[in-house]
Structure formats: structure tokens, C-alpha cells
Design a protein around this ligand. Structure first.
Ligand SMILES: [Zn+2]
Length: 100
């Protein structure tokens, strides 16, 4: 009877020790995660946002030659359908002549 109680006590002690170690491990793991997140926020946030905005840049098709141009780096003209984008002034002039 007494031995059984001792065994139970030993088991409880082992469980407590194991649980405490696990808690410490989790705390260390959480700390590492926080550090990694902080490093990522400090280091990589600004360039990533810059790259993202560049990817969002709108593309439009030049109706005269059929090539695709970015709307911010192209020649644009207003026609009946709205704003139309061209790769060059030459294409804009040709398109204007075409549609009369
Ligand atoms: Zn063109």
C-alpha cells in the first residue's frame, strides 16, 4: 500500500517536472517567434510594399499596334470611348487618322 503511494507520488512529481519543462520550452519557442516577427516587420516591410504597388500598375493595350503598355508610362489620348493608351505619339496619331 505504501509502495503504491510512493509510486503515485513519483509519477506525479515526474508529470509536474515534465509539464514545467514543457511550459518553459513553449515560452522559449514563443519568444523566438516574437523575435522573428519583429525582425520581419522591421526589415522587410517597406521594400515589400513598394514592390507590391509596382505590381498593381495598370496595363492597357495600344489599339493601333496591339502592344501592351503601362498606363503611367504611355501616351494617352481621349477618344469617344474614353481614355486610350498608346506606346508612342506615332501610334496615337495613326489611330486618330484611322478613326477619323
Ligand atoms: Zn503602338
Amino acid at each position: 500500500m505504501i509502495f503504491g503511494f510512493f509510486r503515485f507520488l513519483l509519477l506525479a512529481l515526474l508529470l509536474f517536472a515534465g509539464w514545467t519543462m514543457l511550459k518553459v520550452l513553449f515560452r522559449i519557442f514563443g519568444f523566438f517567434l516574437q523575435v522573428r516577427r519583429a525582425v520581419r516587420n522591421a526589415g522587410g516591410a517597406a521594400p515589400a510594399r513598394d514592390k507590391g504597388s509596382r505590381n498593381v500598375e495598370e496595363m492597357a493595350q495600344d489599339p493601333n499596334c496591339g502592344s501592351y503598355v503601362s498606363t503611367s508610362h504611355s501616351v494617352s489620348g481621349n477618344f469617344r470611348g474614353g481614355t486610350v493608351y498608346f506606346c508612342s505619339q506615332k501610334c496615337l496619331d495613326e489611330y486618330r487618322l484611322k478613326i477619323g
